[in-house]
Structures are given as C-alpha cells and as structure tokens.
Design a protein around this ligand. Structure first.
Ligand code: IMP
Ligand code: MG
Length: 185
C-alpha cells in the first residue's frame, strides 16, 4: 500500500473540524431524543469511526448494533446500484428508536435499501445520521435527519472511509487524486 501523500489531492475536512461538527451533531441528537433510548445502527465498515466519536456526545442511553452492507466493488467504482447485506443485526429493533449512522451518502442506493429493510421490522422511529453527503450524485431520495457536511462530487478517504480497504485510520477526510492513485496500483 502506498503512502497516502502520493495520492492526496487535498485535505477536505481537517481533524479539528470533524471533531467540532461531530460534537454538535451529538448535542443536537441529545436534544431531539431527550427521554428516549436510542438504538444506533452503524453501517460497516465506513461508519465505525463516526459512530464511536458521535455516541460519546450523546446524553440519552444508547445501544449499538452493526450492519454490513456492500455496494461498491474494489476501488471507487460503483457496482451499478447493487446492494448486498453482508452482516445482519443481532438485536431486534421492533419498537425502538433507531438511528442509522452512516459515513457517506452518495447515490443513496445503499441507504434506501437499508431503510426499506429496517422499516419492515417495525421500529418506533427510524432516522438517518450521515457524516458526509454527496448530494450532486443522488439517484434515490434518502431522508436525512442529521448531516455533518455536504461535500462536492469527489472521492474521499480517511476517518472511516477507505481506498481499497485501507486508510480508514486517518483522522481527517482527504480527497483522492484518482489519476495518481491508479498510476501506482
Ligand atoms: P451509495 O449507495 O452510492 O450512496 O454509496 C454509499 C457507500 O459507498 C458509502 O457507504 C461508502 O461506503 C461508499 N462511498 C461512496 N462514496 C465514497 C467516497 O468518496 N469514498 C469512500 N467510500 C465512498
Ligand atoms: Mg459505507
């Protein structure tokens, strides 16, 4: 794997801005869910960093569970809207206040399939919290209650998001220079 500096086009969201916005989102969610319990569902694997940071700023009781969904093949190419459940929840969400925590909404295909499936399990409520939103790429409408940042149509990595499964550990959101990346793969 290459050093990320060889394909980093720019740092789109630095660590301090991520921290500040995640804290704000946690506080907003805390106000909205006062007197309720939250079942936070993290969409693997990209949402992990965001979830763990976000719930530290949520005051009402929070339970977490994980769901694996795969919509992309290797790299940054979409596999024509195909969504596959790779890991299902282990807890029941019936009657619970479910908050889906996602890293990024791009075409919207992944999340709209997840929402459709979770609705059939009769949660008391179902809302979406996404760190990033690439609105210009939307193919399917997704109801987003909480959004960290609207971002341009660029492929990003870091803070949970990967390039070919690596670089999720970086503390910032960076833009990939795809020509430079592919020249070295
Ligand atoms: P959607 O189904 O097109 O909305 O795609 C959503 C999923 O694609 C996200 O959960 C990410 O896993 C992945 N994805 C979309 N855009 C990016 C990106 O810029 N960087 C990394 N992963 C991305
Ligand atoms: Mg994802």
């Amino acid at each position: 794997m290459q050093d990320y500096h060889s394909f980093l086009a720019e740092i789109l969201i630095p660590e301090d801005q991520l921290k500040a916005r995640v804290k704000e989102l946690g506080e907003e969610i805390s106000r909205d869910y006062e007197d309720k319990e939250i079942m936070a569902i993290c969409i693997l694997r990209g949402g992990v960093m965001f979830l763990t940071d976000l719930i530290r700023h949520i005051k009402p009781p929070v339970a977490i569970d994980f769901m694996g969904v795969s919509s992309y093949g290797v790299g940054s190419r979409s596999s024509d809207g195909q969504v596959r459940i790779t890991l299902d929840l282990t807890t029941s969400i019936g009657g619970k206040h479910v908050l889906i925590v996602e890293d990024i909404i791009d075409s919207g295909n992944t999340l709209s399939s997840v929402i459709e499936m979770l609705r059939t399990r009769n949660p008391a409520s179902l809302e979406v919290c996404t760190l990033l939103n690439k609105f210009s790429r939307r193919e399917v409408d997704v109801p987003i209650k909480y959004c960290g940042f609207d971002i341009p149509d660029k492929f990003v990595f870091g803070y949970g998001l990967d390039m070919d499964e690596y670089y999720r550990n970086l503390p910032f959101i960076g833009v990939v220079d795809l020509d430079k990346y592919e020249a070295q793969v």
